[in-house]
Design a binder for this molecule. Structure first.
Ligand SMILES: NC(=[NH2+])NCCC[C@H](N)C(=O)O
Length: 304
């Protein structure tokens, strides 16, 4: 049995699911794509090659073995995108919550049955259908649960809005002792630079008290200020519109001092090192073309 335990984003990682780019399928058509950055690359003829993405994910896998992290991989579904393990389910404390994900991505969870079989069935939660929630929008910070959502009335029109207010209410009811704070995120179907697809596309904590943030990812300044006040203005690394587009907030922590980051994030990696983090650099620029990065492709199961 797996003893699930995740209460924040940065305590020492012991077990994780890492997605896979194997048999990712052909380049999707524009109609099949479900985020604006993939569409941009489909149009430009620069959609990433499977072989390149496999190499990038193996680099992450190697970092996990270096730090003795137990890694689970999804079973391969032929010609299906299974890179972004983060979104399909998530652990809060000792509960495994199955996400109600975009219908295009629903099969991804079946490929994790061998992991789910190792979890105590009483710890598995399946939200009702009206609840939309994806793991990229759910972020744990000890007593807090941060949730990205979209409050616009045009929610149903946005394929990039993945967590609704029913999702927020569901988590509130499930964890009455946590402080659940929702964040209204900027969405665009057509411009990836104006689209915070999930909360982890515009914010993520690192270390014990620091974080990476993009102001315009938040529709309401008060939501952004909530995080600035909670973490302290001097503890945040402020990323630009292009840095958010390149997914700088989507690094992944192995512990409070070790962060896996993209090798081209020079400004961020320099800041992290100046704050005494060990930065494990990997190439991940091809995967980033699908509007996801390191946090998106990992699903922590056990942290200290
Ligand atoms: N947690 C994340 N930010 N995940 C990114 C998922 C990207 C994927 N192309 C989608 O649109 O679903």
């Amino acid at each position: 049995m797996l003893s699930l335990n995740v209460t924040n984003e940065t305590s020492r990682l012991r077990a994780v699911v890492l997605g896979t780019a194997v048999s990712n399928g052909d380049v999707p058509s524009i109609e099949e794509a479900y985020d604006p950055k993939s569409i941009e690359h489909i149009k430009a003829g620069t959609y990433p090659d499977e072989a390149d993405m496999i190499k990038e994910m193996e680099a992450v896998n190697n970092v996990f073995s270096k730090y003795d992290v137990k890694v689970f991989r999804p079973k391969i579904i032929e010609n299906y995108n299974q890179i972004f393990a983060r979104d399909i389910a998530f652990v809060i404390d000792n509960k495994f919550i199955k996400a109600n994900i975009l219908p295009d991505r629903e099969q991804e969870l079946d490929a994790l049955q061998h992991v789910i079989d190792q979890i105590n069935p009483t710890d598995i939660v399946k939200p009702p259908e009206a609840v939309h929630i994806e793991g990229g929008d759910v972020m744990l910070w000890n007593d807090y649960i941060f949730i990205g959502t979209y409050k616009g009335e045009d929610y149903p029109d946005h394929i990039t809005a993945r967590t609704n207010l029913e999702g927020v209410q569901f988590i509130k009811a499930l964890f009455p002792n946590k402080i659940v704070k929702e964040f209204d995120l900027a969405k665009s179907k057509t411009e990836a630079r104006d689209n915070a697809l999930h909360l982890d596309c515009c914010f993520q904590p690192v270390g014990k008290d620091k974080g990476i943030i993009y102001k315009d990812g938040f529709r309401a300044e008060s939501d952004y200020m909530y995080l600035v006040d909670l973490f302290g203005a001097d503890n945040l690394f402020y990323i630009t519109r292009d840095e958010m587009y390149n997914m700088n907030s989507n690094v992944f922590s192995i512990d409070e001092h070790i962060v896996i980051s993209e090798e081209k994030f020079v400004r961020l990696n320099t800041w992290l090192r100046s704050k005494d983090f060990i930065v494990e650099e990997v190439p991940y620029a091809e995967i980033s073309k699908q509007e996801g990065l390191l946090r998106c492709s990992t699903m922590p199961l056990v942290r200290d």
